[in-house]
Design a protein around this ligand. Sequence first.
Ligand SMILES: NC(=O)C1=CN([C@@H]2O[C@H](COP(=O)(O)OP(=O)(O)OC[C@H]3O[C@@H](n4cnc5c(N)ncnc54)[C@H](OP(=O)(O)O)[C@@H]3O)[C@@H](O)[C@H]2O)C=CC1
Ligand SMILES: O=C(CO)COP(=O)(O)O
Length: 298
Amino acid sequence: MNQGSIAVIGAGKWGQALHFALSQKQKCLISSRSKREIENFVDLETAMDCEYLVIAIPAQEIRGWLKENFVFKGQKILVASKGIEAKTGEFLNEIYSNFVPDKNIGFISGPSFAAEVIKGLPCALVINSKSKKLYKSFQPFFPNFIKTYFSADVIGAEIAGAYKNVLAIASGICEGLQLGKNAQASLIARGLVEMQRFGKYFGAKKSSFLGLSGAGDLFLTANSTMSRNFRVGLGLSQNKKLEDILKELGEVAEGVKTADAIHNLSKKYSIYTPIANEVKLILDGKNPKDSLKDLLKN
Ligand SMILES: NC(=O)C1=CN([C@@H]2O[C@H](COP(=O)(O)OP(=O)(O)OC[C@H]3O[C@@H](n4cnc5c(N)ncnc54)[C@H](OP(=O)(O)O)[C@@H]3O)[C@@H](O)[C@H]2O)C=CC1
Ligand SMILES: O=C(CO)COP(=O)(O)O
């Protein structure tokens, strides 16, 4: 293993932004499924040999990618994805635990549009890990424009990061239907309560939902057309077909599959998640105006 070296795996929007950020203080390699003309782009084998890895591939692809490509050699890993596997309802930390010990892995959360990070604009992120030592070993790689915090609440950060994508879809629908700022603020506030309730069931800490990972990322994504998930919501409000919306987007909108995962988990464990459930129904074809009526019922 190449001691002290770092690589990003996945050269999508977020992978490229993280590569830019992590290249400010030292050389950072990058690798992806499709070859790109990016400085320090390497093949997967070379990247995998680095001591530090940041993995930025969509949540639904992670299990297959790990099975096919990953060899654990003691690397320290940061997961940059935000989502829940729809097929199984498993959280990303559960999937990774089959391949990497807890002390070697952390999860990035917090409000961070790739488009702003790649311009070097300031932001604050949380590195969530069972190991503070892991956080401390990654912290020096981050550039001066990114403030990092540590949290041991891995499940809280994961649920917050995944759930806010579903709520961003709901908020996009609200915006598209021109329901007004009162409605949007109510939706976002009740969404925050809902994701906290869901998280509590799985042992997440309340404080994670009130900080950067929860409220911070939710307020960002549920209020901006820069969010892919928000734009999915806008498209749904115009009665566009989901297939066409995703084609036009051309990038991942994790909230689509995560809505499925939350719907199934909340049904299985009897957790009250009305907003996520309506998003799932709208994605399946329900008229958003009927969802609104159902959400407003006393
Ligand atoms: N964009 C953002 O602002 C942020 C995104 N995130 C999260 O980061 C994750 C990635 O998002 P983002 O980079 O924006 O998404 P993009 O759609 O821009 O890129 C996804 C990348 O994943 C790679 N990929 C897709 N499927 C596979 C697969 N089966 N095996 C290997 N690689 C695959 C693709 O690589 P290739 O092109 O080489 O085929 C693609 O470039 C998501 O979970 C997202 O929620 C988190 C914070 C911010
Ligand atoms: O997670 C993000 C910002 O923190 C990006 O959100 P979108 O995937 O909705 O663009």
